[in-house]
Ligand binder design. Structure first.
Ligand code: SF4
Length: 326
């Protein structure tokens, strides 16, 4: 039996805006297993980034975590609900045991400080080094690990002196500086050139092996999923609609949305026939459709789908779907 490192249970996050309450994610539940790369996929606005940020309470106003638990399993076998921790307690875990790599390296780095200082500071705030001087010295090794050439000199560079790919390597360096148990990578290659994307993914895979970390990878790119993940969670309009291994999701998608998503992009594990778009538009999450949120776009929708929210059911070992057809 795979052991979970994080169990997300019935997590709901709402944003209280002037236009109304945006139900960004509702009743989201899934486990992240120790040592795996789990991909969280879905269209823009489906709630994948909100879910990943809510894991360490990184939800800013007007957002609010309105329900749920995030059970974190420590190495000593004890567990803690991260949502019950104080701001100070969660800051101890965030950036240390659970680290993030965000999409845009330009906004993740502070233009006023050298990259060495920023990596060193990440270690200093969690007590991994005695002072910033020691942190900057250790940053040289970290830059070497993220394959930045000439790290002894690069450590003194400011972010504007580096290319986009190099900046993202520095951001990854900050992410792994404290040897995290869980690394959350939110669209880590989206802002980069295609040629650099492959190098960054390779680097992430290598660091994961080296540090024996667990990775939660947020992406809308199914090619990235096929190359890096073992399991996939598919989200639609703030809900989890399917969970399975990469093989189950790519070869036997059960939810009509997953199947439509795979037909809408070149399937990296299948034969490309003809790409199809998904009819209709993503629903407004202030007034999401009743019942199954996919029903206005689903070719199989029937009366029950318009009234009753489908629950996640295990259809074969490890393969879950939320659809009344099953
Ligand atoms: Fe389609 Fe109904 Fe299944 Fe929703 S529950 S995906 S509307 S068949």
């Amino acid at each position: 039996m795979p052991e979970p490192i994080v169990e997300i249970k019935n997590l709901s996050v709402y944003f209280y805006t002037y236009a109304g309450v945006v139900k960004a994610i509702e009743d989201v539940s899934f486990d992240i297993y120790r040592g795996e790369t789990l991909a969280l996929v879905g269209e823009t606005g489906c709630g994948k980034s909100v879910t990943s940020r809510a894991i360490t309470k990184l939800i800013e106003s007007p957002g609010k975590i309105v329900n749920g638990q995030v059970i974190y399993h420590r190495d000593d076998g004890s567990t803690v609900d991260l949502l019950k921790l104080s701001d100070e307690e969660i800051r101890e875990i965030r950036g240390n045991e659970i680290a993030y790599i965000f999409q845009d390296p330009h906004s993740s780095l502070d233009p006023l400080y050298t990259v060495g200082y920023q990596i060193g500071e990440a270690m200093e705030v969690h007590g991994k080094v005695r002072n910033i001087k020691e942190g900057i010295a250790k940053a040289v090794n970290i830059l070497r690990e993220v394959l930045i050439p000439d790290p002894e000199n690069r450590v003194k560079n400011y972010p504007h002196e580096l290319s986009g790919g190099m900046k993202q390597r520095v951001v990854i360096g900050i992410g792994v500086a404290n040897n995290p148990r869980l690394l959350i990578a939110d669209e880590p290659t989206t802002a980069l050139d295609v040629t650099v994307q492959a190098q960054i993914l390779e680097l992430l895979n290598e660091l994961k092996r080296k540090y024996n970390a667990t990775v939660l990878l947020i992406t809308h790119n199914l090619g990235v999923v096929a190359e890096t993940a073992q399991r996939v969670v598919v989200m639609y309009a703030g809900k989890v609609v399917e969970i399975g291994t990469v093989d189950q999701i790519f070869h036997n998608p059960l939810h009509p949305y997953t199947a439509a998503l795979l037909r809408a992009v070149p399937n990296p594990l299948g034969k490309i026939e003809k790409l199809e778009s998904i009819p209709g538009t993503v629903p407004n999450l202030i007034t999401p459709p009743k019942g199954c949120r996919f029903h206005p776009r689903c070719p199989f929708a029937e009366e029950r789908c318009r009234k009753e929210v489908p629950k996640l059911k295990e259809i074969e070992p490890g393969h879950f779907v939320a659809c009344h057809r099953y």
